[in-house]
Design a protein. Sequence first.
Length: 292
Amino acid sequence: MKKKFEESELIINSDGSIFHLHLKPEQLADKVILVGDPGRVPTVASHFEDKECEIESREFRSVTGHYKGKRITVVSTGIGCDNIDIVLNELDALANIDFNSREEKNQLRSLEIVRIGTCGGLQPHTPEGTFVASVKSIGFDGLLNFYDGRDKVCDLEFEKAFLSSMQWKGSQCISHPYVVDADPSLIEKIAGKDMVKGVTIACGGFFGPQGRELRIPLADPLQNNKIMSFRYGPYCITNFEMESSAVAGLSKLMGHKALTVCMVIANRVAGKANPNYKNSIDSLIKTVLERI
C-alpha cells in the first residue's frame, strides 16, 4: 500500500502550488539551477529565450524557461542548508508526488540539479576568480544526520579521517560532519577541464563556523589551519560555502543528480576578498547553462 502524505506533512497552497516555493508540478523542468541570491535568478533567466513562469515567495524566486532548446528552472534558495532542506524536499515533491492523491507517483523523475554559488578559497591554487566544482562536500550543518539512509550515501572512511584530524573534544564544534560525493556524470559534464575539482566544506554559518573571529572568540582557533592542512589520498579541502553538502546529500537520497560549482570571491590563505564579484559571476552562469 502506498504511503499517503497528510496535509500537515505536504502543505499544498489553495492554487495547487507547493507551500514555500509556490511552484506547481507542471512548472518544474528536469534541469534545475539553484542560486542563493534571489537577485541572481533574473541574471540567469536573462539568458533564456523565453520564460514560462516567474514566481516569487519570500527568498524563493523561480523562473522556468528555455536556453538553446533546454527547458530549465532556476530557483533561489537563500543562504544555508536549512533552506536547502526546504527547496530540495519541495522540488522532489513537485517531481514525484501526485498532488491530487497525495501519493508517490508510479514513475519517478530524476532531476539534474546544479547549484551556482560563491565561496571562500582555502588553498594557494584557489585564488579569487577560480571556479570550483565540489566533487565531495563535507557538511558541518548536521542536516543529513536527521534522515534515514544517511550512511549509505556518505563516504564514511573520509568522515573518520577528517574527524580524527580535527581532534575536537566534547561539544567543541560538534555536529558530526558528513561527506557526500557529487554525481559523477554531472562532474564530467559540468566541471570539464577548466574547473578545480575540489572538496568543499558547507558551514552552518559565515563567521565562527568558517573560522572568522570578530568579537566572540572561536571554540577552536586552529580550526582553519587544520582544515587547510588536511589530506586524504589525493584530496585536500579547497573551499568553504554554506549549501553544497545538503544539495548533494538530499539529492542522492532522493535519486536526483546534483553538483555544486562556485566562484571563489575570497581567499582565506591570502586574506583577500572581492566584494564586487557580481559582474564576473555571469561567466560561470553561462558555462553552466551551456553544459547542463
